[in-house]
Design a protein around this ligand. Structure first.
Ligand code: UD1
Length: 330
């Protein structure tokens, strides 16, 4: 039986995909350097600890596990850090993707699913992006991913390779059964930070910008439950296995919530009064970023199951409580 190589499969989104792949009986090998991932998050899949930039290792894994499809999640993802240290992002995200593609080409792997980001669109004038919207990243993180997309397209045009690129919007929530979740230390993402505050890990919660041209003055994002996004990866794999053509697809629900709506939901679900501090805008934040997400539905037959902010918050909060209990046992 052939295997699927999942790079970054010990991380937040990768581990949810691995769990769904294993759930339907796929053979999976994870390659992760555990920089921001956790070995136990891969659960019953095989884990190889190492770097995507290590050509000898990657080629060996592809051959030994008879890999015929790759899902490539391994990357750094912190936008402000990418501004401070761009080469870290171009090295780990772009150069290492080039390396992975070279190994895949050599081994004859002809199906790749790639984790890209809404950050490729940059500061959108209208706040809503379809896949043909011009890509103009405003930070090295977004650019590092766009460069990888370009390599994938060029290589696909020149070889038998076919790919699905998924451009993630704001991924949130966790496995509803609480087996895995988001463990990123020093998180900056709104929903994670809000849940950490609700369980007492942080003394307060900031709203970055209350003077945007939006109905309540705060930023609007398209929050997608990680389980729905993970399901899209499995459908992308099925599409490529059925000889489907290469695709670039937005991963979002097609509507958004403001920062205040997210915080109100965390307050309601947690039953806690939150200490919210209104701050100036955070540099580089667009006012609104929403996916036009019809193509994902049409091309892959994807139907979201958890398009519900309250459900997203409930699963994220349950996971945060579990983490807090593990760190401070009674
Ligand atoms: C960004 C990237 C996204 C990337 C993600 C993870 C862009 C446009 N998007 O998402 O591609 O995958 O980071 O690194 O670059 N906010 C607060 N208080 C907080 C935290 C956030 O008010 O403590 C606000 C932000 O100003 C924003 C919204 O909440 O309006 C969402 O922010 P965040 O969760 O950090 O994600 P993005 O910046 O949208």
């Amino acid at each position: 039986m052939k295997s699927i190589l999942v790079t970054g499969g010990a991380g937040y989104i990768g581990s949810h995909v691995v769990q769904q792949l294993r759930g339907r009986g796929e053979r999976v090998v994870v390659l992760d350097n555990l920089y921001s991932g956790f070995a136990d998050a891969v659960r019953d899949a095989e884990l190889v600890v190492g770097n995507v930039g290590d050509q000898v290792l990657v080629s060996r894994v592809l051959a030994e596990h008879r890999v015929d499809a790759v899902m490539h999640f391994a990357a750094h993802t912190v936008v402000p850090e990418s501004v401070r240290d761009p080469l870290k992002y171009y090295g780990n995200n772009t150069c290492n993707t080039r390396n992975l593609l070279a190994c895949c080409a050599e081994a004859g792997v002809d199906k790749i699913i790639f984790s890209s980001t809404a950050a490729v669109y940059g500061a959108l004038a209208g706040g809503i992006a379809d896949e043909d919207t011009a890509t103009q990243p405003i930070n090295p993180y977004g650019m590092s991913k766009l460069m990888s997309e370009t390599m994938l397209r060029d290589l696909s045009a020149a070889s038998a390779l076919r790919h699905v690129i998924l451009r993630y919007f704001n991924v949130a929530g966790c496995d509803p059964q609480g087996r895995i979740g988001q463990r990123t230390p020093n998180a900056t993402l709104l929903l994670k930070v809000a849940c950490e505050h609700a369980v007492g890990k942080r003394p307060s919660l900031s709203i970055f910008g209350t003077d945007y041209d939006t109905p309540d003055g705060t930023g609007i994002r398209d929050y997608i439950h990680v389980e729905d996004l993970a399901a899209a990866h499995l459908q992308a794999l099925d599409h490529l296995r059925a000889n489907g053509e290469s695709l670039t697809l937005n991963g979002g629900y097609g509507h958004g919530y403001s920062v205040r709506e997210v915080i109100d939901t965390v307050r309601r679900v947690s039953g806690r009064s939150l200490n919210v501090i209104e701050q100036p805008r955070r540099e580089g934040d667009p006012p609104m970023l929403i996916a036009r997400a019809d193509r994902l539905r049409q091309r892959l037959g994807w139907t979201p199951r958890h398009d519900d902010l309250e459900f997203i918050v409930r699963t994220a909060l349950a996971w945060e409580r579990r983490l807090a209990a593990a760190e401070h046992p009674p």
